[in-house]
Design a protein around this ligand. Sequence first.
Ligand code: 6R9
Length: 651
Amino acid sequence: MSETTEAHGLTNPEGGFPPPEALAAAANVGPDVYDRAAADRVGFWEEAARRLDWAQPWDQALDWSNPPFAKWFVGGKLNVAVNCVDRHVDAGHGDQVAYHWIGEPGDTRTLTYAQLKDEVCKAANALVELGVQAGDRVAIYLPMIPEAVVAMLACARIGAVHMVVFGGFSPDALASRITDADAKVVITADGGYRRGAPSALKPNVDEALTKTEGVRSVLVVRRTETDVEWTEGRDVWWHELVDRQPAEHEAEAFDAEHPLYIMYTSGTTAKPKGILHTTGGYLTQVSYSHWAVFDIKPDTDVFWTAADVGWVTGHSYIVYGPLSNRTTSVMYEGTPETPHRGRWWEIVQEYGVTVLYTAPTTIRTFMKWGEDVPAGFDLSSLRLLGSVGEPINPEAWLWYHTHIGGGRCPIVDTWWQTETGAHMITPLPAVTTLKPGSAQRPLPGIAASVVDEEGKPIEPGATGYLVLTEPWPAMLRTIWGDDDRYVDTYWSRYGQGVYFAGDGAKLDEDGDIWLLGRVDDVMNVSGHRISTTEVESALVSHPTVAEAAVVGATDPTTGQGIVAFVILRGDAVDSGEDLVKTLRQHVRKEIGPIASPRQIMVVAELPKTRSGKIMRRLLRDVAENRELGDVTTLTDSSVMELISSKLPSSA
Ligand code: 6R9
């Protein structure tokens, strides 16, 4: 924790970053919260659940009589859409902006809570007209436009289960998800804007539907005005069906354990897992964590989760968390470099964004572009920053803190998963003295531990596996249609009631948790366990490196050899062998000789999923000279061709 690095001219102070006084004085949550939650964990979550409107109170807060199948708020009933929209309108906040939406080409839309309510009611009526009933599955394959939020809430309102598929996924990926979830309706658009051009969606749906049966209707939003093929009797325009519906819809309250949505996460190899979330517990934890971790002030904050709704982060922190807390949010359709590299900072300046939440990969991209870009904008409205998706290396943390946060904004590094539904390990901005690179402590009400192979808690200073030792309200309830796989994947490794997260973690002397990436990203070099994250972090701490991806490739002598792919910063010169030597030495110095990469390759891009996770599996294929595996979940599949063509050894 004491390391101070000269790289990028940023320093990492010995004592960490204490909470800013003004923020702490006015914070939603103070230091007492941890003891309160520890004294009565379930009672703490009941208190959090009372932040919502229940049509019928629960009889039992937690039923854990049949682990790992949890039931929260048993007997309680509520409607998620009413909690996210109607109750704010009823309380006189109808004119408050729910979303400042910004299209990539520069078009904008403002949606107040009252307007959102009307749209959601109309869409709910439209789905009913299409024959959708409570419990039916509806696939949503949309760009980042307001209709994505409206469609999700309309489903929630009528008790239909939404299943959002990221717009960058292929027809095959869409088809297999539709089949697995047995969706009856698909909601899509003609296309969306990405990198300055319309990118088609409807043709992908048409193709997907040749590979799966059971879809009766396709509801199509017009966004790009591109021509689309039309299947009469199946396809319906959103503006024709939804716009003519009445803006009134009587919402029914659903059981706390009624399914809310399915979200597929890619497994490493096997078929994607449909993670099932339910109603009451999910909304409770998402709402509480959004309010506590981002210190949300509904009357003054402008909150921006710069992510896609096709990722769980979008579900929990673009839609359900912010709306349940009556937040004003920014929603942006496009990519950060369109039409210029200052687009995000222009948005922060124009809308006065106060809280920004994004992924380390994006922060490293901004580092690569240089601090002069954000320096050209007024970012003084920002008061708090968040990070999610991957371990954030200290360099990127410090850069974000200095060049985006102006040195005054705390950064909450939030560890969680599609499966956990909401934040699990995270600092609290008014309480925690921040350590760059560490997610630090479990959220109040969450029980976590770092254990060894046998499941015994490790000593401070050691490395092990992150586990969750008590059920939590927003936990997944099962894998859709596959209870056995649910039990096997998450709950079998350490026995009953212990959730295996699949992430490596280190405990420091203060008991703070440092996430080390997925366990399958741990390399074994001559019997030493080295995390890819550690080596990546060391590489990125060198002034010439913007981003790094590290994989372990089979090695005849050492078991695995470390292969690194690096992207240089904009102003760095690729001096060939000299640079490679310098970087090797740098890693040696930072971690030790054992971590020195066998091979270092300078590349222009890295293969990433939409949530910003590097697909190391594909890099491993390259490093081991294999045929590439499935590339359908990449944002840009041409990246792999570029990388392969650069490889001297892959010929
Ligand atoms: C929300 C989300 C989950 C995996 C998780 C871990 C990694 C997410 C992190 C983090 C370190 C953080 N991860 N946040 N690692 N620090 N703050 O990303 O969900 O797409 O399901 O991924 O992401 O490896 O296990 P999901």
